[in-house]
Design a binder for this molecule. Structure first.
Ligand SMILES: NC(=O)c1ccc[n+]([C@@H]2O[C@H](COP(=O)([O-])OP(=O)(O)OC[C@H]3O[C@@H](n4cnc5c(N)ncnc54)[C@H](O)[C@@H]3O)[C@@H](O)[C@H]2O)c1
Ligand SMILES: [Mg+2]
Length: 341
């Protein structure tokens, strides 16, 4: 028995070491690409490229699936030659990751070239990010989201906000520098707290007027400058529904690219069971109410289409699984179900 345990343990720890060293080596490689311009320029000649056109990612519809194709450096060169563009275009690309085998991945926006001509050449289409995020395979979601956010950041930070002079990107695209002032700009995300409030047996979900009809989600809000996550949770819940948070705990986080880069920090919060009367802030919200476990489980089964009723009204439904709000709601349901079991 002891021998068997040792063999299993040895196999597990060697697997851990292998995984660990692959990960560490990969992170070190990416860091080197960000820090060393000539190393990164060299890597562009053997990398793969994800294409965008005015910030819409290039997708290929194959059967019922939407794939996110990667073009090799050779293919990229061929396309640019075909459109009579020089290889200098490659320098506009930004580093977005690499494979375990250290093949670097770049994103490139071909916004200045004719969209339909590239689409017919490459047999696919540039798709609005809002749609693309929800039709691609789940594993491609973070990649598309971060690539688009990074390209958008570069597009909107071409000039120094102090001197008005043009800024230059480093080859990897991990920063931009204004040579007149010496200021370095780094890509940024705005921290946002998203909180699923519960009174112990129900959860609180709300909707803004701009949401698709029938969609409810957890409360969210940008962190004010200088605020801690704890302070934002308490303030947002007080501001939006007039309740006082008693305790809260962190669940998970997610980068959300729409409408501009946010770091979503997802939390569960508890309010006192005796103080659950909602006083909704109608400047921001259109509806806010408590959902019991059964109603929450039912709404989780619906989507935008299936929630539509014959009279044109909509039953409540929640954001799809790609959104961290969905994860919070599922987590709450699981916890409630295990409590009542
Ligand atoms: N992934 C998800 O599951 C999920 C769910 C809900 C919301 N979100 C995202 O969270 C973000 C914030 O949600 P919200 O609208 O409830 O926030 P919010 O309650 O803070 O209200 C938005 C308002 O805050 C102000 N604001 C303050 N700082 C801002 C900043 N850095 N950028 C933009 N506006 C700022 C603006 O006046 C804006 O109209 C949105 O971008 C939304 O897309 C994601
Ligand atoms: Mg809000």
């Amino acid at each position: 028995m002891a021998v068997m345990y040792q063999a299993v343990y040895r196999r597990a720890s060697s697997l851990f070491c292998r995984l660990h060293s692959t990960y560490v080596r990969k992170m070190r490689y990416l860091n080197e690409l960000k820090e060393d311009d000539s190393f990164c320029r060299q890597a562009q000649t053997s990398g793969t490229f994800y294409l965008f056109h005015n910030l819409s990612p290039f997708l290929q519809e194959v059967g019922r699936k939407y794939l996110v194709p990667q073009l090799s450096a050779t293919e990229m060169k061929r396309i640019l030659e075909k459109f009579k563009e020089t290889e200098q275009w490659i320098e506009k690309s930004v580093l977005i990751g690499c494979s375990d085998e250290h093949i670097p991945h770049f994103a490139l926006d071909l916004g200045a070239l004719e969209k339909s001509a590239i689409e017919s050449e490459l047999k696919g289409s540039f798709t609005d990010l809002r749609k693309a995020l929800f039709v691609v395979d789940e594993k491609d979601f973070p990649l598309l989201a971060s690539a688009q956010a990074l390209l958008r950041w570069h597009d909107s930070h071409q000039y120094c906000s102090k001197t008005g002079q043009p800024t230059q990107k480093n080859v990897a695209g991990s920063k931009r520098v204004c040579h007149a002032s010496g200021i370095t700009y780094y890509p940024q995300m705005s921290p946002v707290v998203i909180t699923l409030v519960s009174d112990g047996s129900r959860c609180l979900l709300a909707r803004q007027p701009s949401f698709p009809l029938g969609m409810y989600t957890a409360l969210s809000g940008f962190c004010d400058i200088g605020e801690t996550v704890e302070e934002t949770v308490r303030r947002e819940v007080a501001e939006e529904v007039g309740l006082e948070v008693e305790s809260f705990w962190y669940s998970a986080s997610q980068h959300w690219p729409l409408p501009s880069s946010s770091l979503m920090i997802a939390c569960h919060a508890l309010v006192r069971a005796q103080q659950t009367e909602i006083s909704m802030n109608s400047l921001e919200l259109e509806a806010a109410r408590w959902f019991d476990l059964e109603e929450t489980v039912e709404a989780l089964k619906r989507d935008h289409r299936s929630s539509k009723q014959e009279d044109g009204s909509f039953l409540p439904w929640f954001p799809p699984k790609q959104a961290i709000a969905h994860h919070l709601i599922r987590e709450w349901v699981k916890e409630q179900a295990s409590r009542t079991a």
